[in-house]
Design a protein around this ligand. Structure first.
Ligand code: P6P
Length: 342
């Protein structure tokens, strides 16, 4: 089984990103700086998530976000932290977030830059009060508009155009995992020195895989293809092996485990909610960046009908069915769906 070598020498994320940049002589260093800013946001958010049990943070902030969900105070803090670290740097043309209905424009007193940042500031936040891991997800694109304030066109880009992406998982330890198209690297936060240290070099999806990950509570709402696929993963339908089930209900954690242990995570479309015919997860700032990480680690991400990162976005908050993990497992899902769901 291919295992990811956990490194021993001390390399901070800053040193790693700078070293990566050296491979691109014409690089201006702007992308490097954006990644630094995201790492800093991760440290600041981590400092709060580890104290989320305190009375002053627990519970909703009493506001509703664009998803109609109660905003947890940590959501608000994460959103504001990422915005304030990026609004004045002159590195971004525009931002977009799960927490904001519309584009997040750079304040007019600040210059705009050549990159676009999409993010889910705190995914899985409904789990905060139960001390379940949560995460920040980010995707960076090059702007497509010429100059000036960024536009919707800058944000509605296919996942195949992504320049860098990844996540911070606030769990038993805080880890930042990212790729800029040359492999996937994991950094573990050492809170005693406030540094993300390289802990997982060039992560590759292990094979054979260990787990399948889906909310089986919705099984009765699934199509025939998804039901049969899930039975295949359990060792039926002619399968030659069976996988164990692990489901945390926090996407960043479920996909982080899939990345390190091998397997498949899926959130299929289901018939529960006619308003959500394409499942629950968001294409732009959840599915696409996670798909990029998984594919850079040797895996594959699909809508169940084809490559996820080929989907042409039409709306900032559009949802998508998502299957990602070891390529053979995800392609099997496509097979069952094609065969049984027409
Ligand atoms: P369900 C968390 O609320 C989230 O957005 C993802 O992090 C997670 O994968 C999913 O929803 C869980 O949804 O319907 O299984 O509770």
């Amino acid at each position: 089984m291919a295992t990811t070598r956990v490194t021993s020498n001390v390399i901070t994320i800053e040193r790693h990103i700078l070293h990566e940049q050296e491979a691109f002589p014409d690089a201006s260093g702007t992308l490097t700086q954006v990644l630094y800013d995201i790492a800093l946001a991760g440290k600041l958010i981590a400092s709060r998530t580890t104290r989320a049990g305190l009375a002053d943070i627990l519970g909703a902030a009493g506001q509703e976000n664009v998803q109609g969900e109660e905003v947890q105070k940590l959501d608000l803090y994460a959103q504001q932290t990422i915005f304030q670290l990026n609004d004045h740097t002159g590195r971004l043309a525009v931002m977009a977030s799960e927490e904001e209905q519309d584009l997040i424009h750079i304040p007019e007193q600040y210059p705009t830059g050549k990159y676009v940042l999409l993010f889910d500031p705190l995914d899985g936040s409904s789990n905060i009060d139960f001390n379940v891991s949560v995460g920040t997800i980010f995707a960076i694109y090059r702007r497509v508009s010429a100059s000036g304030p960024g536009t919707l066109e800058d944000v509605l880009q296919k996942g195949s155009e992504i320049v860098a992406g990844g996540y911070v998982v606030y769990g038993s330890s805080t880890m930042l995992v990212y790729t800029a198209g040359h492999g996937v690297y994991g950094f573990t936060l050492d809170p005693s020195i406030g540094e993300f240290l390289l802990s997982h070099e060039n992560i590759r999806l292990p094979d054979p895989p260990m787990y399948y990950s889906v909310n089986q509570g919705y099984e009765k709402y699934w199509t025939e293809g998804i039901k049969r696929y899930t039975r295949w993963l359990q060792g039926e339908e002619g399968a030659s092996r069976s996988l164990s089930l692990r489901y945390i209900g926090s996407m960043v954690s479920d996909i982080h485990r899939t990345l390190l242990a091998g397997g498949v995570f899926y959130y299929p479309a289901d018939t529960r909610d006619p308003k959500k015919p394409h499942g629950k997860l968001r294409l732009l700032y959840e599915a696409n960046p996670m798909a990029y990480v998984i594919e850079q680690a040797g895996g594959y991400a699909s809508t169940g009908r084809g490559p996820l990162r080929d989907v042409e976005p039409l709306d900032l908050h559009q949802r998508t069915p998502l299957f990602l993990g070891n390529r053979d497992l995800v392609e099997k899902a496509e097979e069952f769906i094609a065969k049984h769901d027409g």
